[in-house]
Design a protein around this ligand. Structure first.
Ligand SMILES: [Zn+2]
Length: 91
């Protein structure tokens, strides 16, 4: 994903713009990272350069694996309170 895309992206749930971006791996584009909505605390993974910005009902638990993989790079608040998944969940 190219950084300029952040100028266009809004949260699919609450429509907030702008969103926060944390790049985990970046060359010419962001290969892996996370997009965070500061209003509703939702987070959206960027995997293989593609941002996955889906509504909650279409989110897969694989996203949680993504969060675990990059645990050290996620903000603490999102690890604990991020939606729709976080590491506080007792699942
Ligand atoms: Zn939002």
């Amino acid at each position: 994903m190219k950084r300029w895309l952040m100028d266009l992206l809004a949260c699919p749930i609450c429509k907030h713009h702008p969103l926060e971006l944390i790049a985990f791996e970046e060359k010419e584009a962001i290969a892996e990272g996370v997009i965070i909505c500061p209003v509703c605390q939702r987070w959206y993974p960027i995997i293989d350069e593609v941002p996955h910005m889906l509504p909650d009902e279409l989110r897969a638990m694989e996203d949680l694996q993504f969060m675990k993989k990059w645990k050290g790079k996620f903000p603490e608040k999102i690890l604990k309170e991020g939606k729709p998944f976080n590491l506080s969940a007792k699942t």
